[in-house]
Design a protein around this ligand. Structure first.
Ligand code: NAD
Ligand code: DAU
Length: 330
């Protein structure tokens, strides 16, 4: 296929592009604004064209989509919940308005398939059981509210204009190339350096962990076999409280639990996510990587790839980290 992958220089997007090029032989063009989270290094081993541009920039989008593609896959987003709490504007601009601009170009150019990458966070928090695709949308954070807005705009383009859209709602991803503002790489890199491990609140919030390659395979199933206008949940095989994730990382890096520091909780923190994935399983997808195996592989990847994270830790990330956690943790 010939694919336009928006946000393909970020964590999940670049892993997806790698899968598509290597396993499917696709021709891929990446459109990416190259925010702090978009990195050329994430694609440097691949032969893909990288177009630097924002999905909310109608001219850039028109030029890119106008090249003609079999499908557009949209990963482009502001993605970090904590950053959305301190500055929601960019989230509205990219996750809502950008999605609309991209859909508009896809519609004008009769793109045969539009895939929106979304999140389990649109459903909010669940104490027991699991979310299905029919669960009410009850986002809690500015991040998840803007992702919900994006999803609703996508659905409107299916119902109103007949654009063949599908939406993939993934649970918490982890794996290579994840920017270290997120829980797992943050804890891994802090543990490597013997730095404190900042656990929000009581650490008993539960996340449904999904290895990034499993998410990519799920997206490919939906891209090829999903029904137009439908939503597909793609959830990880295991749920785990944050504190257990941190303790596993401590064990894998040969540290001890004195590194754990309980810090002020995230405002509006969702307690538990749990995603039912029966619908995508019916398309033939199954998660292949268990959490223990995926976490070990992930820690090893960060151990082997200091060239990738060393420049990040000394740049914008350092300022963000000090602002968010305070110098005391550094
Ligand atoms: P990321 O922050 O690592 O990457 C986001 C990418 O989008 C970056 O390359 C960035 O430069 C690009 N981008 C940001 N704003 C843009 C804009 N206006 N125009 C074009 N490009 C822009 O994020 P990620 O974790 O790889 O997430 C990718 C997608 O998957 C997002 O839509 C996110 O909501 C969704 N998602 C993430 C997870 C997760 O656990 N990380 C889980 C489910 C769904
Ligand atoms: O569920 C899917 C979502 O997962 C995606 O849509 C988001 O883009 C992605 O960022 C992620 O959101 P979370 O808020 O769940 O991920 P994060 O890695 O920020 O946090 C995971 C859990 O760990 C959460 O309960 C907050 C907690 N946490 C996080 C950080 C960064 C800590 O306890 N300490 C920390 O320092």
């Amino acid at each position: 296929m010939k694919l336009l992958v928006c946000g393909g220089a970020g964590f999940i997007g670049s892993n997806f592009v790698r899968q598509r090029v290597r396993d499917h032989g696709d021709e891929v063009v990446v459109l990416d604004k190259m925010t702090y989270a978009g990195r050329r290094e994430n694609l440097q081993d691949l032969e893909v064209e990288l177009v630097v541009g924002a999905i909310e920039d109608a001219d850039a989008v028109e030029a890119a989509v106008g090249q003609g593609f079999d499908a557009v896959v949209n990963f482009a987003a502001e993605t970090h919940v904590d950053r959305s709490i301190s500055g929601p504007e960019a989230f509205v601009e990219t996750n809502c308005r950008g999605t609309m601009v991209l859909l508009e170009a896809a519609r004008r150019h009769d793109v045969a398939r539009y895939v929106q990458i979304s999140t389990d966070e649109v459903y909010g928090s669940i104490d027991e059981g699991s979310f299905t695709e029919e669960s009410p949308l009850q986002p809690s954070s500015p991040y998840s509210a803007t992702k919900t807005g994006g999803d609703l705009i996508v659905s409107s383009y299916f119902h109103t204009y007949g654009l063949e859209t599908v939406i993939c709602r993934g649970s918490n991803n982890y794996g290579p190339y994840q920017y270290p503002e997120k829980l797992i790489p943050l804890m891994v890199l802090n543990a490597f350096h013997g730095d404190k491990l900042p656990v929000y609140g009581d650490g008993m919030q539960v996340r449904n962990w999904l290895y990034v390659e499993d998410f990519g395979r799920g997206i490919s199933h939906v891209l090829s076999h999903g029904a137009p206008g439908e939503v597909y949940n793609i959830g990880g095989p295991e749920e785990c409280p944050n504190i257990d994730v941190v303790k596993r990382i401590i064990a894998l890096t040969g540290n001890d639990e004195s590194l754990i520091e309980y810090v002020t909780d995230r405002p509006g923190h969702d307690r538990r996510y749990s995603l039912g994935s029966e619908k995508v399983r019916a398309l033939g997808w199954e998660a292949q990587v268990h959490f223990a195996e995926g976490l070990e592989k992930t820690v090893q990847w960060y151990r082997d790839n200091e060239w990738w994270w060393a420049p990040i830790r000394s740049g914008e990330y350092r300022e963000y980290y000090e602002r968010h956690y305070g110098r005391a943790l550094g």
